[in-house]
Design a binder for this molecule. Structure first.
Ligand code: 4GS
Length: 226
């Protein structure tokens, strides 16, 4: 999968996407990350990307020309050797609190794509006409951030871990064992048995599998999974 990220702050991404599982996915050739600096598409000598809103109001908006030029550049790039994304399943997703709420089902859906283009807004927002060049608008929650970069990282994380070959064998079979679409998220413990006076629940120490399952069910929250 080719994941392209359009942002005014592309330097925010490598520290997160080049770490741990997200890096391993890239190292294995399962995913390619490509960062597009919106500033490169700014207008004039000053590479302007923002302007004041018609009708007045606080703050600045992203202008449509640079944003749409960046989206078109992203669409024209067809990935490195391992990712021949061109003319395959491609989607342009804009991160915005006005979008549809992100969840595991959406992550699953996006994980089917060959090419995901994530657009990160900044300032007070963007010129509404860019939405004509966007396939979907997604929000990670009902709060206002300073930019769409953290939301884009969250979407990337949730999507990449679903790509075949990213999670190790043990982990993926663990998920498959609750194959009703939900996973039971229950409290877990590891050594030591006594940590600062807090004991691991007895039932978990005894190896009685039926009792353990009962305890886990009782203390579970069902979370949509894979
Ligand atoms: C979100 C969010 C967000 C909104 C971007 C204000 C800069 C900011 N994006 N889910 N302008 N919540 N974006 O807060 O996706």
């Amino acid at each position: 999968m080719l994941i392209q990220i359009i942002s005014l702050f592309p330097e925010m991404f490598p520290p997160v996407l080049e770490t741990s599982m997200l890096f391993k996915a890239k190292d294995k050739g399962i995913v390619e990350y490509s960062y597009i600096n919106l500033r490169d598409f700014g207008l004039g000598k000053r590479k302007t990307v923002d302007d004041t809103p018609y009708g007045g109001g606080d703050g600045m908006l992203l202008k449509p020309e640079p944003l749409v030029a960046a989206i078109e550049a992203a669409k024209a790039y067809d990935g490195n050797e391992s990712q021949k994304a061109k003319s395959k399943k491609q989607k342009v997703v804009l991160m915005t609190p006005r979008g549809e709420r992100f969840n595991q089902a959406k992550a699953k859906e996006l994980a089917q794509l060959d090419n995901l283009i994530l657009v990160c807004a900044r300032y007070e927002g963007y010129d509404e006409r860019v939405t004509a060049f966007i396939d979907e608008q997604i929000s990670i929650g009902d709060y206002v951030l300073t930019g769409g970069e953290l939301p884009a990282m969250i979407v990337t994380d949730a999507v990449v871990r679903l790509l075949p070959g990213v999670l190790g064998g043990a982990k993926s079979t663990e998920i498959e064992s609750f194959s009703d679409g939900k996973t039971l998220e229950f409290p877990q413990y590891t050594r030591p048995e006594d940590f600062r006076g807090m004991k691991v629940p007895d039932v978990l120490l005894k190896g009685h599998h039926a009792e353990i399952e009962k305890w886990r069910n009782k203390n579970s929250r069902a979370v949509e999974q894979n």
